[in-house]
Design a protein around this ligand. Structure first.
Ligand SMILES: [Zn+2]
Length: 273
């Protein structure tokens, strides 16, 4: 499933090829993605110039002077720039025709989304109003995490994965950053010290940036020949390593469930108090 780094890498990859281009046509070959595609998009989008592209959580926003084409990759979606003559495959559900090429959306499992949100409605839209801070912004720092966690009994791993607290820290990145910061995933959030909050925020940013930079170099292979998005082969330090020795201390890595999600940790390195 595309996580924040894949979405950011997609943005970085697309930027130069879509900003400044004008939408010629919008073609949807299905009406059913995660939410129905509004048939009015054909008329709404025609002639709009894409001023910029941005990201909020795992949503990509093609910004125009009137509003935003909001795209979510869902479970299996991917975006590609292709020539206008390129025939659409079975799972190529949407084409946005620009001046020079098509922006094509492929989504085998159809959990992705394409929406139109006017600029005036964006801030208070239900998709965005309740979202926590972006993990890579400077305002998300150790002090911010410390203040947010003071009255929270939630295990810190679960806390990190709730978008109302901070967006885009998916399951893998939560396990990896807690391992790097030497914090037990079940530690109640309010028990983190100020120093632990600083360390954890630093590690969250580090793992996300490493994944984005890996994406930047592998994105040209983003679609594999069988049509599946080729999400990055990651070098996980703890995730998926149950029963293997810890890379720091050789203690056996344990796997537990936290809020129904597989969670990996070293019982020696990651302290629970
Ligand atoms: Zn260890």
């Amino acid at each position: 499933m595309p996580e924040l780094p894949e979405v950011q890498s997609t943005l970085n990859h697309l930027q130069a090829q879509i900003v400044g281009q004008t939408i010629q046509t919008f073609t949807a070959r299905t009406t059913k993605l995660r939410w129905p595609i509004d048939p009015r998009l054909v008329h709404t989008l025609k002639g709009l110039k894409i001023q910029s592209i941005s990201r909020r959580a795992k949503y990509l926003l093609l910004n125009t002077l009137l509003g935003n084409v909001v795209i979510h990759l869902g479970m299996s979606g991917s975006l590609q720039i292709v020539s206008k003559k390129s025939p659409a495959g079975k799972h190529d559900h949407i084409d946005l025709e620009l001046n020079d090429h098509l922006l094509r959306f492929c989504d085998p499992r159809k959990f992705g989304a394409w929406l139109w949100i006017k600029n005036s409605d964006l801030k208070n839209h239900k998709l965005f109003a309740a979202l926590g801070p972006e993990p890579l912004e400077d305002s998300f720092d150790g002090n911010c995490l410390w203040q947010m966690t003071r009255k929270k009994n939630t295990p810190i791993k679960q806390f990190l994965m709730q978008a109302k607290n901070v967006v885009g820290v998916g399951n893998i990145y939560a396990s990896e950053s807690l391992f790097a910061a030497k914090i037990h995933p079940l530690l109640p959030a309010h028990k983190l010290t100020h120093l632990q909050c600083q360390s954890l925020v630093h590690e969250i940013k580090t793992v996300l940036l490493a994944a984005i930079s890996a994406g930047g170099s592998t994105l040209k292979n983003f679609i594999t020949p069988d049509g599946k998005p080729g999400y990055f082969a990651q070098n996980h330090r703890v995730y998926g390593r149950a029963k293997q020795p810890c890379l720091n201390c050789h203690t056996t890595i344990e796997k537990i469930n936290v809020a129904q999600r597989s969670t990996f940790f070293c019982p020696q390195c990651q302290i629970n108090n």
